[in-house]
Design a protein around this ligand. Structure first.
Ligand SMILES: Cc1ncc(COP(=O)(O)O)c(C=O)c1O
Ligand SMILES: [Zn+2]
Length: 372
């Protein structure tokens, strides 16, 4: 892939494109895909707009038809939070039921192009299911490490797509540790959705679809954030669109966390927060105590004029149930957290009543059902 290099998010060092380079060899920070200046978008378009991608579409695409998810008005929710207009982008309508498929499709397409045959991933559920599905389709063996206490529906989904599953006891961090030991000992590729720069390239399609839609870029985008893959990828997409003259302004990007695991929200508020401060939360997808891309998320919050807030489990469950019964939107608790966050932002006047807000509904409810 001569048109692509990997750029360090901290020291700006440039490195050759490879699936074996998962962090900057010089300083250890995460990497982003960087396109050489003479590279146009190749043969890729998304929602009718040219888009730079790190693989060559025709021969290597591992697509399952991900993306192009519906945007629907949520009028009851808008009224509930005191805003004129709120829209929901239904990311759970992706092939394995979460936004992760956007990232996995590109990560697995690159893996195919580079001739990778075996990958390791660690996940609380959704990314594992996604990697399991796309790896199977691409003829790649996947080892998915997941916490033993992940929702059974997600664990079952990982298994049925054919990945070799490794169930790890203890906190979420123990699962990551086990996956790292496994790939390092065997010399395998670590297809981590938290670290892979190719995964981020896939999530930027979210922004392209909004830009191509009938109403364009909203004033506010609200996303539940653990490590920030959708958050960072969407921002990168908006930046590319702005640079290409396809849009003329950027949205404010808001990152919603659960108050049990809130490294981003605490750092945004200027408070100290460490792994030892973690408490259990029903929002397993955003239960990431030490997100490797935290600094990138904070930089985007500042650059976009967005905010990060943490919400409690009670409000998350209330929103999960209300969205299902009032809007017909059955999402998982992690996704419902974004609406609890929207409510806070509106109540605290960070979103004005006449502003247009769009919430990413990131994962499907059957994967992680509420108590009824
Ligand atoms: C449904 C859902 N929403 C949001 C997220 C957060 O994604 P990220 O960790 O990339 O911020 C996850 C991650 O697992 C998820 O499963
Ligand atoms: Zn570096």
């Amino acid at each position: 892939m001569p048109h692509v290099r990997l750029k360090c998010t901290a020291c700006d060092g440039l490195h050759d494109s490879s699936m074996n380079t998962i962090q900057c060899p010089d300083c250890g920070a995460p990497l982003d895909v960087f396109y050489e200046s003479d590279c146009q978008s190749g043969d890729h378009t998304w929602a009718g707009i040219p888009i730079p991608m790190p693989y060559h579409q025709a021969e290597h695409s591992a697509t399952l038809g991900e993306g192009n998810t519906p945007v629907v008005p949520v009028n009851w929710a808008a009224k509930e939070v005191g805003l004129r207009s709120v829209e929901a982008k239904l990311e759970y309508m992706n092939p394995t039921g979460s936004f992760k498929d956007r990232g996995t499709a590109v990560m697995m397409s690159v893996a195919k192009e580079l001739g990778v045959t075996e990958v390791v991933e660690d996940s609380s559920g959704n990314a594992g299911a996604s990697v399991s599905a796309y790896a199977g389709r691409a003829g790649i063996t996947a080892h998915v490490f997941a916490p033993a206490n992940a929702p059974e529906a997600k664990l079952q989904q990982i298994r049925v797509y054919g990945a070799q599953t490794h169930s790890i006891e203890g906190p979420r961090e123990a699962t990551t540790r086990a996956a790292i030991d496994y790939y390092q000992q065997r010399g395998l590729v670590y297809a981590s959705h938290n670290l892979s720069p190719y995964f981020l390239e896939g999530t930027k399609t979210f922004a392209y679809e909004l830009a191509a839609g009938p109403v364009g870029v909203p004033d506010h985008v609200i996303i539940p954030v653990g490590n920030g893959a959708l958050f960072i990828g969407a921002w990168k997409g908006f930046q590319e669109l702005l640079a290409a003259g396809r849009i003329d302004r950027m949205p404010r990007m808001h990152a919603i966390q659960a108050d049990g695991v809130m490294p981003v929200a605490a750092a945004f508020a200027g408070d100290s927060w460490t792994l030892e401060d973690s408490k259990p939360t029903i929002a397993g997808g955003i239960s990431v105590a030490t997100p490797p891309r935290k600094q990138q998320v904070l930089d985007i919050l500042r650059a976009s004029g967005g905010r990060s807030v943490a919400v409690d489990d009670e409000s998350i469950v209330r929103w999960q149930k209300a969205l299902a019964s009032r809007e017909g939107i059955y999402c998982e608790p992690t996704s419902a957290a974004a609406f609890a966050g929207l409510q806070r932002l509106a109540e605290e006047s960070h979103i004005a009543p006449e502003d247009r807000a769009l919430v990413a509904v990131t994962g499907f409810g059957l994967k992680d059902a509420p108590p009824v």
